[in-house]
Design a protein around this ligand. Structure first.
Ligand SMILES: [Zn+2]
Length: 144
């Protein structure tokens, strides 16, 4: 008898996260994951891996805010502690612009990395149809 771990192929989590971060298919690393800024392709154009199973939801914006907030917060505290002679209005505009640019740059990368992790962990339907699971007996399938 074969177990599910014997029939499933190994999926490297870090490789999938890295490929997703780069906006590449977590399976082959050649096809693009997004067909627009945050729109995920239904399937990889290179290998055909289905990507529509992804359920990133609110996690990418949360992770982006977490990372950007720490970078910007540390920068503002550093500038506050060390008087470098930068006028307040320049700092205000600069930090706001840097926050906007960093957030827009990081958001699709965070989403791609999360989808890569979901793919590697076979979450939300990633990996369905990969194996032919034995059908449950009729008595086990119905709770009577
Ligand atoms: Zn692919």
């Amino acid at each position: 008898m074969t177990t599910s771990s014997q029939t499933k192929s190994h999926r490297d989590k870090w490789s999938a996260v890295k490929r997703g971060f780069m906006g590449e298919c977590p399976h082959c690393g050649e096809g693009r994951m997004f067909h627009a800024y945050l729109k995920v392709c239904d399937a990889c154009p290179a290998c055909g891996e289905e990507l529509h199973h992804q359920r990133a939801d609110d996690a990418p914006p949360y992770m982006t805010i977490f990372v950007v907030g720490h970078i910007i917060g540390a920068g503002i505290l550093f500038m506050d502690e060390h008087d470098l002679g930068v006028p307040d209005w320049v700092q205000g505009c600069g930090w706001a612009l840097l926050t906007l640019v960093l957030s827009l740059w990081l958001l699709p990368r965070m989403k791609g990395a999360l989808i890569g992790l979901q793919w590697a962990l076979r979450m939300h339907g990633f990996g369905v149809g990969e194996e032919s699971a034995p059908a449950l007996p009729a008595t086990a399938a119905s709770p009577t």
